[in-house]
Write a protein that binds this ligand. Structure first.
Ligand SMILES: CC(C)(COP(=O)(O)OP(=O)(O)OC[C@H]1O[C@@H](n2cnc3c(N)ncnc32)[C@H](O)[C@@H]1OP(=O)(O)O)[C@@H](O)C(=O)NCCC(=O)NCCS
Length: 158
């Protein structure tokens, strides 16, 4: 398996992987409002924007010629709003194809992301993970992440 930067040619398979990632990460904000089936084109456009955004980085894991996982990084979190003492990165999304899980792909993507952030001069990296997403929490903890704070999402009908 090798890790490389994502390219425009990967967009179709990345869209499939992103949809899988989104479904499998657990219940998400406003699931009942999102029409995932009708969102494919938008998600593809979002991923295309990520590829062109210089503060973002999209890594893919490849086995042979098959893309089996991806990770999206923001390398300059909070920098638009705040003057920062330390540069902060964020793991925006991380997904491994279902049939390739539990074989070290997620770990490898995350290690490569940490290496990339180090080279960018980031001193901290954060990730938002749903409390019910034990695979993801275990993975981040295994690679040295610790709990910073919890968030509660509140909603009401207007
Ligand atoms: C979370 C995810 C990326 C993990 O990828 P992966 O390639 O399976 O992870 P790895 O094989 O590198 O596993 C590393 C560690 O993560 C933890 N882990 C992974 N899958 C797990 C599971 N199903 N149950 C419990 N712990 C799990 C374990 O600690 C594991 O180490 P171990 O194998 O030595 O026990 C993958 O399950 C996935 O794509 N899930 C759906 C999308 C998602 O939740 N993304 C993260 C959103 S923040």
């Amino acid at each position: 398996m090798r890790i490389r930067y994502g390219e425009v040619e990967d967009l179709e398979v990345l869209t499939d992987l992103w949809l899988q990632y989104y479904r499998d990460q657990g219940s998400s904000i406003l699931d009942y409002c999102v029409d995932l089936g009708a969102s494919r084109e938008r998600i593809r456009n979002f991923l295309s924007t990520v590829l062109q955004d210089e503060r973002m980085r999209l890594l893919v894991a490849e086995e042979g010629r098959e893309v089996i996982g991806f990770l999206i990084l923001d390398t300059a979190l909070l920098s638009e709003l705040f003057s920062l003492r330390y540069r902060v990165g964020e793991v925006v999304a991380l997904g491994v194809a279902r049939e390739w899980r539990r074989r070290g792909v997620g770990s490898q993507l995350l290690r490569s992301a940490l290496e990339y952030l180090r080279r960018c001069g980031c001193q901290y990296v954060l990730a938002e993970v749903l409390e019910e997403n034990k695979p993801s929490l275990n993975l981040f903890r295994k690679l040295g992440f610790t709990l910073d704070h919890r968030v509660q999402v509140l909603v009401r009908k207007v």
